[in-house]
Structures are given as C-alpha cells and as structure tokens.
Write a protein that binds this ligand. Structure first.
Ligand code: DAH
Length: 355
C-alpha cells in the first residue's frame, strides 16, 4: 500500500470517532503542521521521478482536500453543538420586566470642589494636590508652627506613629510647602482636598474638606487678596454684591492674618448670602509669613504673596441649604439622591471642569 493511502486510511479511521476540539486540532497539526505528514509528502514532490510526479501530486492533493474537508466539517459540527448547548442554557425570558437603570449622583462636596476649581481657574489659578497622610514637617514645622502650638496636640491631630512623624493632615496648607519646594516662583495655585481633626459634632466631622489658595509673585499685596476673595465669593454664591469684612486673626504661617466674614440675613427661614446685618465666618487668610518662604528657599525680599484656606463643606451647606454636616459622610443613598447633582443638571455658574 502506498504511503499516501496509508496516511489517508489511518486518519479517516481516527476522524470517524467522536472527538473533542483539541483532539481534532491535534490531528490537524499532525497532518498539516510544519512537519505534518501531509506537509512532508508535499516536500517530496520535487524528488519523485518525472513520469510519476504528476500522479503523485494529484493523488496527494485529493487526499489533502478530503482530510481537510473532513476536519473542517468536524470542527464546524463541534462548534455548532457548543452554541446550541449555550443557547439551551441561556434562554431569555422576554416576559420579564426590564431591570431599572439607576443613575449615580454627584455628591454636593464633589460638586462644590468642581465649582470652586472652575471659578479660580478663570483668574489663573491651577489645581494642585497633596496626600492625606502628611509628615509633621510639611503640616506644622515648615508652616512656622511652633512646637508648643495647640494644633499639634494629640487631642486635635491624628498621629499615625509613636514618634509623631506621620499624621493625617490637619489642613490643606502643607500643599503650599509641597508646591513651593518642587517649583520656582511665581506660584498661583489652589489645592482642594480632605483634611482631618479629632473633632465631631453637628458642625464638625473628623474628616472634612478644605481648599487652600496660594499666590506668590513680586509685588503681591493684601489688596490682591481682598480682590481675589471678593470675586470668588460673589461668583460662588452667584450674587452681584457681597458684604465682606476682614477680621484680624492669627495663623503662624501668615503675617498679618485675617478671618473673612460675609454678610447674610434670614429670609422666610432661609439663609440669604450677600447683604443683611449678620456676619458669618467663612475662611482664614493672610500674607505668607517670611519664615515660610525661607523654609522653601524662596527669597522673601524678592517674592511675597497671600494664602487662604476655605472650609468646603461649610460652603456647600450654605449654598445648598444643608444643615447637618454629618449627613454628608453617612453614605445614605436617599440623602445623596436628594442633595446630589445630576451630571448634566449643572448650576448656572458651573463652567464644566471635567470630572
Ligand atoms: N490652615 C488654616 C486652618 O486650617 C486655614 C488657613 C488660614 C489657611 C490662613 C491659610 C491661611 O492658607 O493663610 O485653620
């Protein structure tokens, strides 16, 4: 029996059995792979004596076609069987009601951060970030905070190690340090983010949000600070006029330091920001202390500027009429559904920072 016939008979017999896909693929490669039996026969054509060559080649082609067709047929058969089995299992019950589609909401704090970033970016501030876990140096020492300052107390600050070297940042002010250490002046940045203090009641949460502002350049003075904050508050509360006052204060990292109050009144049980004879404190600010600039290798004889720190949660509560801070972080879906924002339902002064 010729070699070709032997191959053909042997493999036809093999292919008669019920085979798995991998078994068929194995047969396929035994026959048609690089060193497969059929492939090897093809390589022999050139060395066959001329008067037998034509017949050999034609026989070989016939056998190749026959085996290849059979293999393809078998593969098809198995795949169809698999699909049918799958379909059998995955029956769709078209009588079932559709699943409800729940769309997420944007948390008022995220919304407020976006609004703040958008307002400051209009006047040339870029956004910086810093880590929640800070070192003692950036959070206190570099910010000119003396060793005996009450903010360093364990009752106020969450320390993360015995040596009090690592802590949860108590304010966003360390981002001032990080920004100035990594670049050269001028600086014009805001830094929104989470901050932590050991405090909890209706208006204080151990985790809360602040946005830091820093503007350092040649010839920056308190007039610039006032103008910047006045613009921001009007834009944020969407009012044309705002009553605002600077109250002298003390922060170790600014000199002079001030707290800013804005005017408000209560109308029909609701707080109205802008005019009125009541005052509400909303932020701390001042001219950056020369010691802070020295600590980050900026020459205070050449550069100066202002900084501010605003409580974001407080602003969100005021703007959106939410009166318990703790509800912000309870993760109650019903609350979020009520106070949250639809991604497309944006307030009028929102200029669409991407999220
Ligand atoms: N870091 C201060 C705080 O958390 C707020 C603050 C006050 C930030 C004055 C400043 C500033 O940048 O200049 O209470």
């Amino acid at each position: 029996m010729s070699n070709l016939k032997k191959i053909k008979d042997e493999f036809l017999l093999k292919l008669e059995k019920k085979l798995s896909l991998s078994e068929i693929n194995e047969i396929k490669s035994n026959l048609f792979g690089k060193n497969g039996l059929i492939s090897s026969e093809f390589k022999k054509i050139g060395s066959i004596v001329e008067n037998e060559r034509k017949k050999f080649a034609s026989d070989l082609n016939l056998i190749k076609d026959e085996l290849q067709n059979l293999i393809n047929f078998k593969i098809d058969e198995i795949q169809t069987e698999e699909i049918n089995k799958k379909l059998e299992k995955e029956k769709v019950d078209i009588t079932l009601p559709e699943r409800t589609f729940i769309r997420g909401k944007i948390h008022p704090v995220s919304q407020t951060i976006d609004e703040i970033s958008s307002i400051f970016s209009e006047i040339g501030f870029s956004v910086e970030e810093g880590p929640d876990v800070e070192n003692e140096y950036n959070n206190f020492t570099a910010l000119n905070t003396p060793d005996n300052h009450p903010a360093r107390d364990m009752h106020d600050t969450f320390y993360l190690d015995e040596k009090k070297e690592k802590l949860l940042r108590t304010h966003t002010s360390p981002v001032q340090i990080r920004t100035m250490l990594k670049d050269k002046p001028p600086f014009k940045i805001i830094a929104p983010g989470r901050t932590y203090r050991s405090d909890s009641d209706q208006t204080h949460s151990p985790m809360f949000h602040q946005v830091e502002g820093l503007h350092i350049d040649k010839d920056i003075n308190m007039g610039h600070l006032k103008g910047c904050l006045n613009y921001f508050i009007k834009e944020f509360f969407e009012v044309k006029k705002i009553r605002m006052r600077f109250r002298p204060s003390h922060f170790p990292f600014t000199e002079p330091s001030a707290e800013v109050d804005i005017g408000y009144e209560i109308k029909d049980g609701k707080i109205v920001i802008g005019e009125g004879d009541k005052w509400l404190e909303i932020l701390g600010c001042g001219m950056v202390h020369p010691n802070v600039l020295k600590n980050v290798k900026v020459d205070p004889a050449k550069f100066q500027g202002y900084a501010f720190g605003i409580g974001i949660d407080r602003l969100a509560m005021l703007k959106y009429g939410i009166n318990d801070l703790r509800a912000f972080f309870d993760c109650d879906y019903r609350w979020l559904n009520h106070y949250g924002f639809d991604p497309l339902d944006v307030p009028t002064n929102y200029r669409g920072l991407s999220r």
